[in-house]
Design a protein around this ligand. Sequence first.
Ligand code: HEC
Ligand code: HEC
Length: 341
Amino acid sequence: MKKWLFILTCVTAITSCKKEDEVKCETLSDSPYNLVLPSHFPSIEFPDDNELTEKRVELGRRLFYDTRLSADNTLSCASCHDQLSAFTDNLAIAEGIEGRVGFRNSPTLGNVAYQERLFGEGGVPTLEIQILAPIGDENEFDHDVNIIEADLQADPILNDLSQIAYDRDIDIYAITRAIACFERTMITGGSPYDKHILEEEFLEEDEIAGMELFFSDELACATCHSGHNFTDGGFHNIGLYTTYDDDGRFRITNDEADKGKFKTPSLRNIELTYPYMHNGSIQTLEEVINHFNTGGLSHINQSELVVPLELTALEKSQLLAFLKSLTDTSFITNPDLNPIN
Ligand code: HEC
Ligand code: HEC
């Protein structure tokens, strides 16, 4: 570390650092985390009170994989958000402790730093707040925050990290903020599609044909799955049912026009995140393409962008090839996102 940076971080870490405490000063220092974004990605706004630092991310990484967050110490966040599946679990509906079945499919956490509203209905505004949901949910961790805090405070590694990262013993404040920091480092933008748009001429002919279909006005996929993360962050009813068991966005707005509307999911690593939709009801990408091709079941709130498409077998296979070109193998093997041993 450069000398001036060392001094600066020491001063910010503990303002009362005296010369005779020099060794202590070094161990208590923290430094900004250098999050490298792909050059075609927009920058990320971090909350003022939770900028990324090395120790915050490290603490969050340890906590993400820590089973002490669940009541019977069997599950961690990674049980439902597994890196090899682009941080999903490949189950239709998530399963919590003792096999308790929840009510939704586990979404990917890839590029979650860019999501402005969390969950299918978008009712949760920040990653920090989101973490309280699985901890308390009886179908997920079903755990008591006081017990978690006591357990983790007895762990010198976590408690020391919390002291450096947030200047306090580990508690729910540090837990939620640190995990949010770690989640913000889950950046995925190294797929063949990304290489193609950065370097040109990377995709095969059928993938390029599929890409043109995907971005065409006629198919309108990219109207909703827009931008670098393939989502407009909005809520749409795509006509999966004529009546929905899960009301989606209506659950928080109580507006009839929002029944059956769900947040547009990112399509990054979509090949790995099966099964699909808010309830995991569609098993394969071929079936998803067939759904959009038939034009939905005409729910009263169905988007007018979902209409019969009359795709040929060749066009369907090209669209599929394009969707598969969104798989970023460097993301699912990124060692910085693995557990720390
Ligand atoms: C039992 C499985 C399970 C566990 C354990 C779990 N999650 Fe999830 N997670 C889900 C499901 C299911 C959803 C979707 C919920 C919804 O839409 O209502 C979700 C949603 C999320 C989201 C919102 C993503 C988005 O795009 O809206 C984030 C972030 C998240 N989880 C992070 C975590 C973290 C961090 C932990 C650990 C503290 C965790 N999850 C533990 C199943 C789980
Ligand atoms: C009106 C906006 C809209 C249009 C147009 C649209 N989608 Fe979607 N798409 C969504 C929403 C919203 C969901 C999630 C629905 C749910 O969970 O009930 C979704 C789900 C998906 C999924 C499953 C994602 C997952 O993680 O479960 C895939 C794949 C997909 N769309 C691909 C496409 C393709 C390909 C097209 C063009 C043929 C397309 N979409 C057109 C909004 C749209």
